[in-house]
Design a protein around this ligand. Sequence first.
Ligand code: FES
Ligand code: FES
Length: 167
Amino acid sequence: MAKLNVNGKDREFEAAADTPLLWVLREQLDLTGTKYGCGIAQCGACTVHIDGAAVRSCMVPARALKDSQKIVTIEGLSRNGTHPVQRAWQALDVPQCGFCQSGMIMAVSALLKTKPKPTDADIDAAVTNICRCGTYNRVRAAIHTAARGGGTRKAELSIQHADRSAT
Ligand code: FES
Ligand code: FES
């Protein structure tokens, strides 16, 4: 059995050396908020945080990760959907079918930690996720709403882990 730290908990899993993190999250840990879209790092539906950075989990072999690395999925982003990005998403009714949205939110929440007031160019460079419903304009507006609303203070964007670290 190998171990991963996911959403603040140590979780055990079994996988071949090349099994992507995405499949371990969805099929063994029941964290199905992270979606499979393309499997080739193009769509961003599978985006999670690893040590605070947005990563496409379809391209990361789960066994290549150390159990000291902090993985956060959409289920661990906040309690009750209260992360500033989730609040902005709700305020602007961003999702349509919703399939791409957890990956979008994980990409945006990582961006705001490094750029609390991103420009449109920053957003274009960092959030390359694909949305088949075409929610791009509303995604952009919601990012600016989160940034304007003061919801980008470090404390609000940080994810606290059980060992008292934060990413
Ligand atoms: S499923 Fe990972 S980028 Fe599309
Ligand atoms: S909301 Fe449907 S794919 Fe993005």
